[in-house]
Ligand binder design. Structure first.
Ligand SMILES: [Zn+2]
Length: 152
């Protein structure tokens, strides 16, 4: 087996790469090993705040020194921005349709509005996933949005 990060050949007994120091068996998108246990244990509630909508500003402003919190704050911020943009865009779209088809065809914008609300459950699920990881002291990338970096 070779190290996934630097291709260094590893013995079967080595779970940590002697060349780059990274753990060999971490799943893709799991950055937990980059943060100290102390940081993860002490700041897990602050990290979880990152996924509560606008409250992401609290970890961004007040936990700058915690790398673990920064990781989750970045992800929470990305989620918040995407969630807000989605909500705004779909509401404007429905409003626009309402102006066009209001009255006799009012069912069209009303139906679309329900579908858009239903789809936004995805963001809610991502937030729950993020909170769950943060509280457990894990730094795992969320599906789709997890690779985007704003804060570092
Ligand atoms: Zn390596």
């Amino acid at each position: 087996m070779n190290c996934r990060f630097c291709e260094q050949p590893l013995l079967p007994t080595q779970n940590r790469c002697p060349r780059c120091g990274r753990f060999a068996d971490v799943p893709q998108g799991d950055h937990t090993f980059r943060f100290s246990k102390k940081d993860r244990d002490n700041r897990h509630l602050m990290a979880a705040l990152s996924y509560l909508n606008i409250l992401v500003l609290i970890p961004i402003l007040f936990a700058r020194r915690s790398q673990y919190v920064r990781y989750h704050a970045n992800q929470g911020l990305v989620l918040f921005i995407f969630w807000s943009a989605y909500t705004l865009a779909t509401r404007l779209f429905v409003l626009f349709l309402d102006l066009l088809f209001g009255g006799i065809y009012a069912a069209i914008p009303a139906t679309l509005s329900s579908i858009f609300s239903f789809v936004s459950i995805i963001f809610f699920i991502l937030a729950i996933l993020g909170i769950s990881n943060a509280v457990k002291g894990r730094a795992k990338d969320l599906p789709v949005i997890g690779r985007i970096r704003f804060l570092f």
